[in-house]
Design a binder for this molecule. Structure first.
Ligand SMILES: [Zn+2]
Length: 485
C-alpha cells in the first residue's frame, strides 16, 4: 500500500508538472481544497468549531481564519480526524528514541519540530499521505533524472542510487523520517542513509567518503561547512546533486558550494515538518510551489492574501494531502513573495521567494586558538528533547559567552528543567572540546522578547561579529579568499 502510494505520488507529480497548465493546476488544487475543507468541517472538531459548523467553499480560503502551532497544540486531540489519537500518546511516542523509524499504531508517522517559533510541535500524518508527499518531493527534486530513461537505468538493485541525508538524527524529525521510512520496492533502486550533524567534522568527512553519495541533502549552513572541508582536501566526494532545505541559502554558501562541487547540480527546496515539501527549485533557479499538494498564501497582518509580487507579513500553508491532522491556513514563520509561474522551465507552478529564517552561526574560539563555526541547527536540536521547555533563545553575547533564555511549561519542575538544559549544553561543549573555553549562562524568563524589526522570536542570535582575520578561522568559513581567486 505504502509503496503504491509512493510510486503513484511520484508518477502523478511528474505527469502534472510536465503536462499541466497553470489553469489545470489551479482547477486541480481547488478541487482538492474543496474536499479537504469538507472533510475537516465534518470530521475534525477543531475546524468544525473554527468554521462555525459550516463547510466553507474553496473560493473563500482567503478569508478563513488562520491557525497557529500554539492553537493546534492547545487542542491537539480535536485536530485529529475521527478522534483517532491522543496528545499524550503522540508525545510519549515522539519522545521515545527507541521507536524512531517506527509508526505509531502501525500507520502514523510522528514528526517533532521546534520550527521557527521555539515551541515544540507534534505533527502526525497517516502513512499513505506521507508517501504521497515523499513521492512528490522525490519527483520534483529528481525530475531531470527520472525523465531520462538512460539515467534511470544506470541504477537498480545492482547499483542503488545512494542518498545521504546530512541532518539531525536520533529523533522523530521530518528529514530523518524521510531517510528512514523507505518503502521496500523503492529500496531496490535507491538507498538512503542519515549522517548526524552532531558528528565531529573529521568523522563526518570519513563517513561521507566511504558512502560515496550520488545525492546529498542538508542544511545550507552545514553544507557550506562541508564545502570548505572539500576545498581544503579534508573531504573528497562528488555527488551529482546537492539539495538544500530548512534555512536560507546565503550568497557565501552558494559561492562555497560552487567552488567545492563545480560539477554538482545544487537545488534548494522549501520544506516544513507540516507538509514535507512546499516548493522545489528548477534549473533556472526559481522555487516552484508544489501546488498540487499544498496551498501557500502570502498574507498581510490581518490574514488577507497580498497581491502576487509583493512581500507579505507572513505565509500560510494548507496541506492538501494529510487527512489525519488537517493543516489549513497554518502560519509559518517565514516571509515570502509569491509570483506567477512564468519561467523558462515551463513549469505550471507559481514561484515563491523565501526571506525566512534569520538564525545566526556562532564563531567560537577553540582551545587551538582558532575560531570554529557552529551552525544553528545542531543547537536547535539540543532543545528539542527537553521536557517541560516551552520556548528558548540562545544568544552569543560576547566572544565565547553564551546565554540561554527559556520559558517553562507551568506543569514542569523548574529545577529539573534547568538541570536538563545545563546537561545538554555540557554535553555539546564536551563533544566539541569547548569545555572550559565557552561560558554558558542560563536564565528562566516569563517571555522571550521578539525581534523589534521582524516581530519574530529569533532563536539563535549572535551579537558577536564574524572574525575578520581569515587565518584565525578553522577550515570552514575561510571564505574571504574565495571570490578573489
Ligand atoms: Zn522554473
Amino acid at each position: 500500500m505504502a509503496v503504491l502510494r509512493f510510486l503513484s505520488g511520484c508518477a502523478t507529480a511528474l505527469w502534472r508538472e510536465n503536462t499541466g497548465s497553470p489553469t489545470s493546476v489551479r482547477r486541480f488544487q481547488r478541487r482538492r481544497l474543496g474536499r479537504l475543507l469538507a472533510h475537516a468541517a465534518a470530521q475534525v472538531p477543531f475546524y468544525r468549531d473554527l468554521y462555525g459548523g459550516r463547510v466553507p467553499s474553496p473560493d473563500e480560503i482567503g478569508s478563513l481564519p488562520a491557525v497557529t502551532k500554539a492553537a493546534l497544540m492547545a487542542r491537539f486531540d480535536d485536530t485529529i480526524a475521527g478522534g483517532r489519537l491522543k496528545l499524550a500518546d503522540v508525545v510519549a511516542f515522539g519522545r521515545d528514541k527507541r521507536v524512531v523509524g517506527q509508526q505509531l499504531h502501525g500507520d502514523v508517522i510522528v514528526s517533532v519540530t521546534s520550527g521557527t517559533t521555539g515551541q515544540v510541535g507534534y505533527f502526525v500524518c497517516d502513512r499513505p499521505s506521507f508517501e504521497e508527499l515523499r513521492g512528490t518531493l522525490f519527483a520534483r527534486v529528481l525530475k531531470n533524472k527520472l525523465l531520462n530513461p538512460f539515467d534511470v537505468l544506470r541504477f537498480g538493485p545492482w547499483r542503488p542510487y545512494r542518498i545521504g541525508f546530512v541532518t539531525a538524527t536520533g529523533g522523530h524529525f521530518v528529514t530523518y523520517n524521510l531517510s528512514l521510512h523507505t518503502p521496500l520496492v523503492a529500496r531496490l533502486a535507491y538507498e538512503g542513509r542519515a549522517f548526524s550533524i552532531l558528528t565531529p567534522m573529521p568523522q563526518m568527512c570519513r563517513e561521507l567518503e566511504a558512502y560515496k553519495p550520488h545525492f546529498v541533502h542538508g542544511y545550507p549552513t552545514f553544507m557550506e561547512a562541508l564545502a570548505h572541508e572539500q576545498l581544503q582536501d579534508r573531504l573528497n566526494v562528488t555527488p551529482e546533486v546537492i539539495s538544500l532545505g530548512s534555512e536560507p541559502f546565503t550568497a557565501t554558501a552558494k559561492q562555497a558550494l560552487a567552488a567545492a562541487f563545480p560539477r554538482t547540480l545544487v537545488v534548494e527546496s522549501y520544506g516544513t515538518t507540516e507538509c514535507v515539501s512546499l516548493a522545489s527549485q528548477c534549473r533556472h533557479g526559481k522555487l516552484h510551489i508544489n501546488e498540487d499538494v499544498c496551498v501557500l498564501e502570502s498574507v498581510d497582518a490581518t490574514g488577507k492574501p497580498v497581491p502576487d509580487g509583493t512581500l507579505g507579513v507572513k505565509v500560510l500553508l494548507t496541506n492538501l494531502v494529510n487527512r489525519l491532522q488537517p493543516i489549513i491556513r497554518y502560519e509559518l514563520g517565514d516571509q515570502v513573495v509569491i509570483g506567477p509561474p512564468d519561467c523558462a522551465c515551463r513549469s505550471p507552478f507559481r514561484t515563491v521567494r523565501v526571506l525566512g529564517r534569520t538564525d545566526d552561526t556562532f564563531f567560537l574560539l577553540g582551545p587551538d586558538g582558532r575560531y570554529h563555526a557552529h551552525t544553528p541547527i545542531p543547537f536547535e536540536t539540543l532543545f528539542l528533547d527537553v521536557e517541560g521547555l516551552m520556548q528558548y533563545q540562545l544568544v552569543h553575547e560576547a566572544q565565547n559567552r553564551l546565554r540561554v533564555y527559556f520559558t517553562r511549561d507551568p506543569r514542569a519542575d523548574a529545577a529539573a528543567l534547568r538541570a536538563k538544559i545545563e546537561a545538554v549544553f555540557r554535553h555539546y561543549l564536551e563533544q566539541n572540546t569547548l569545555t572550559g573555553s565557552v561560558e554558558v549562562a542560563f536564565e528562566a524568563v516569563e517571555e522571550i522578547p521578539r525581534d523589534p524589526n521582524t516581530k519574530k522570536i529569533r532563536q539563535i542570535v549572535s551579537r558577536v561579529p564574524m572574525p575578520t582575520n581569515a587565518d584565525e578561522l578553522s577550515g570552514p568559513w575561510r571564505i574571504k579568499g574565495l571570490g578573489n581567486g
